[in-house]
Design a protein around this ligand. Structure first.
Ligand SMILES: [Zn+2]
Length: 288
């Protein structure tokens, strides 16, 4: 692991927040950039070191961080429900209706390809990309969608102005180079094309719960943006017409949860959404 410069501002000074043991038994340090305040795992493990955490059990065994069989119908239904709600909240569907029949979209960090499949069925030319082999195999062979196993930053060199829409669903926090990824996305979008991005939000819940926060999963998650910092970064890149919502109250969806837990979760989820204090954020951004 090596101490790296801040991905957002290239700063070299950090305040240590705390350490947390990762799924691999290694202790990771959470640090805040003294200049721009971006919270990050630093020193940072390499992509090869993190890759071990995405072996097949990540998608098939329920842990704090993995999924309880990602390939099941129930997970597919839940994931589809959440992104459909996000798209409605961001007024995606009225915008989609203004686009020509022939349109392209790319989903970065597509996992099993559920969003690619959703867009494919809506008539888009849809492609997904992910570094994890097994879910890409599922996307191609079970769903029959176009999906590529690889790293977006080294794939598809410099094809500019190609996509009407690029999506990053809960992927930004996993990336070693989030800023470079956003810059490349910007170049790949057509003028007035949109990026829809969701990521965990470093806000009041994260500050109070610290290492117990549900998204503080290291080393899979490397960067934790506040809403303001993420908007600032996207504006610096050139994105405009930024809209967003926040949701999620810190209650994780659990199978076999008690009725009380489910009621509390429903109440709190609604509450934080209204107060704009959710620990997930989803943004819609437009290329100038
Ligand atoms: Zn910084």
């Amino acid at each position: 692991m090596e101490l790296i410069r801040c991905n957002h501002c290239e700063g070299r000074l950090f305040a240590r927040l705390y350490s947390k043991q990762g799924s691999d038994g290694i202790d990771y340090t959470l640090a805040r950039c003294s200049n721009c305040k971006l919270v990050q795992v630093n020193p940072q493990p390499s992509a090869e070191e993190v890759a071990k955490c995405y072996e097949s059990s990540y998608f098939t065994q329920r842990t704090d961080r993995g999924y309880d069989n990602y390939y099941s119908d129930s997970i597919k239904k839940e994931i589809t429900r959440v992104f459909t709600l996000n798209l409605e909240d961001l007024e995606f569907f009225p915008w989609e209706a203004t686009l020509p029949d022939s349109k392209s979209t790319l989903d970065i960090g597509c996992a099993a390809g559920y969003f690619v499949d959703f867009m494919d069925k809506r008539g888009w030319m849809a492609v997904g990309i992910d570094i994890a082999k097994e879910p890409i195999h599922f996307a191609k062979n079970t769903l029959g969608v176009i999906a590529v196993c690889g790293d977006f930053l080294t794939w598809d060199k410099e094809i500019k102005n190609k996509y009407e829409l690029i999506t990053l669903w809960a992927s930004l926090e996993h990336l070693h180079k989030p800023k470079e990824t956003l810059e490349k996305i910007y170049r790949h979008l057509k003028p007035n094309g949109r990026l829809i991005l969701s990521t965990c939000r470093y806000g009041s819940l994260a500050k109070v719960l610290r290492k117990r926060w549900r998204y503080m999963n290291v080393p899979e998650h490397l960067y934790f943006y506040s809403l303001d910092l993420l908007i600032e970064q996207c504006q610096e890149i050139g994105f405009k017409n930024i809209s967003y919502i926040t949701y999620g109250s810190g209650f994780t969806a659990k199978k076999n949860a008690s009725k009380l837990y489910k009621t509390a979760k429903r109440f709190m989820d609604g509450f934080v959404k209204v107060l704009d204090q959710g620990d997930m954020m989803v943004l819609s951004l437009e290329k100038s």
